[in-house]
Design a binder for this molecule. Sequence first.
Ligand SMILES: Cc1ncc(COP(=O)(O)O)c(C=O)c1O
Length: 370
Amino acid sequence: MARLKARPHGGDVYAASRELQRDVTEVLDFSASINPLGPSPRVWRAITGARHVLSHYPDPDCWALRQALATQWQCESAQIVLGNGSMELIYALPHALKIDHLLVVQPTFSEYAAAMVCHGGHVTQVCADRDEQYALPVERICSLLHRQKNGPRAVDGVVFCNPNSPTGQSCGAQDVLELARVAQRQGVWLIVDETFADYCQERSVLPLASSLSRVVVLRSLTKFYGLPGLRVGYAVARDSVVRKLRGALPPWSVNAMGQVAALAALHDTAHARKSLQFVMKERTRLAGLLAGLPGCTVFPAHANFIFMELPRGWQARKMTERLRREGLLIRDCSTVPGANARSIRIAVRQPRDNDRLIQSLSRLLIENRS
Ligand SMILES: Cc1ncc(COP(=O)(O)O)c(C=O)c1O
C-alpha cells in the first residue's frame, strides 16, 4: 500500500498572506489554475439577488442545477450527481463503488491515492514517461488489466485525469474509450477526472459517460468557471452508478449560494467562449516566454496551466520559496511521484501578472548563475 505524506496543494493564498503579512489580494497566485477572467458577471448579479436563499437549507437534489447540466450534456438529470467540489466525489467514489485497489496514473493529482488510502484500500501507481512528454500510457494500462489474475488483490478501479494535472498532457477520446472497453471487460471501474476538460472539450468522453457501464466522469465548476470558493463539482455516469454515489454523500453537500452561482455561470456561454479564447492566446504567449528562459523545458499544455522544468542545477522547491518571498505563488511539483526535482506548474493569469512572473523568474535564474 502506498504511504502518503502531507499533500501540499496550490491556492493557499491565506497561508501566504499571513506569512508575508500582505493582504490576500496582494498575493499573485499561479499555483491554482483558476480562470484568469474570473467568474461570469452573471454570477455576481445572481449572488447579490439571491440573499433570500440563505434562510433555507439548500436544495438537497440540486434540481435546477442538474436540469441545466442535463441540457448542456444532453443526458438525463438522473445521470448527474453534484458534490461539494469534485473533491467530495473523489473521496466518496471508493466507498460508493466498493473499489479496493486503485490504479493511479502518475504524475497526477495527489487526492486520488489519498482518498483510496483513506478508504482503507490499496494503490498501485503507473508512471507516464517523461520522454514521451508524460502521455497517458494507454497500452501499458490495458495490458496490466489484461494480465492481472482475478482475486481479492486485483485492481478494481483505474483513475486518470484528462487533461492531466500537473503535466498538462491530454489524450484523445478514442484512447479513453479503448480503456473504457478494457475496463468493462475486466469488471474494473474507470474514473476519468475531466476537471480541466473545458479547455479541450473535443477530447472529453463526458457526452458518452452515461452509455458506458463502468465509467464515471468528474467535472468541476472550480477552474473554468472560476468558483473555487463555492465548492461545486459533479459526476456523470449511468443512473445506477449515480444512485450509489449519491448514497455515499451527506445531505446538502452543495450550499445554496454555490447552486445559484453555478447555475448563472453555466448559462453565460459568452463568458465561457471569451475565457477559452483568452486562455488559449495567453497560454501560447506565456509558454513562449517560459521556453525562452535559459535552460528551461516547457511541456505541451492542454489546460490553463503550464508544466515545466527549471534548468539543471535548480530545484523547484528553492525557486518556489524565492518567488513566494516576492508574493508570487507557483506550484512546486518536485514531490509529485513521477515528476523530477526541477518540475513546476504555472497557471495562466492576466498578461500583466504573467509578465511580472517572467521578470522575477528570469532575474532569479540569472542571479543564481552569476
Ligand atoms: C485534477 C483535479 N481534480 C479535482 C480537483 C478538485 O477540484 P474541486 O474540488 O475544486 O472541484 C482539483 C483541485 O485542485 C484538481 O486539480
